[in-house]
Design a protein around this ligand. Sequence first.
Ligand code: URA
Length: 251
Amino acid sequence: MSKQQQLDRIEQDIKNQNICSELAAGATQLVMGDGSLDAKLMFIGEAPGAQEDKQGKPFVGAAGKFLNKMLQSINLNREDVYITNIVKYRPPANRDPLPEEKAQFMPFLTRQIEAIKPDLIVTLGRHSTNAFLPDVRIGEAHGQPKRKRFNIEKTPGGERADELQGDAEARTDTDRASEDGALEASTQQIAAKLGGVTDGVSKQSQLAFVILPLYHPAAALYNGGMRTVLLEDFARIPKILELIEKDKAKA
Ligand code: URA
């Protein structure tokens, strides 16, 4: 199955299984994702807002404009990355997504990640970060890459009983000088895990990715200090990607 077919199937499954039917009833449409299916970099926000609901694409409102600017600051365009949200329907009046709404969408997000196979997942804001790294505080963890393992259950028919299990490895790399080494060690393990997932035999496979928690771009819209922090954290992305690539080449 091509990546597009996989994504189409995930979308269809969300609809067929009536995921968050109340949110769906109040929304214009389901907002799946946008960008390159071969992206190395995947951004995950929290939920669509008014503009996203209208246009059917994530991050196309004010926060999205700032996200585009940050991408440009590291010489990337939206077309180079893949962008999505945890929750795929706009919550009423842009309220925070509820824990049960995030939980309902997590298996589909996991499948989306598995289809895109990014090298680096950037979680935007507290909701997205804590969906992967429940014990992490965004104020402390922003800008620091972390490793996360996904346990993927396979049913006997080969169909996925998608599970994302909470085994966050919240390694706190406070010392930037030692951080590159720490990341290198973690990505070697990632390569080993990826080997396991492609064999198609095991009932339970593991996928691992590096996650970079960042503040939500909306937080920077009216806060100059936050804007600076986000731009500084963003500037680290090319180096982190480079380290992951280097490690993949070695594996
Ligand atoms: N905020 C988000 O978290 N996601 C969007 O798509 C837009 C704004």
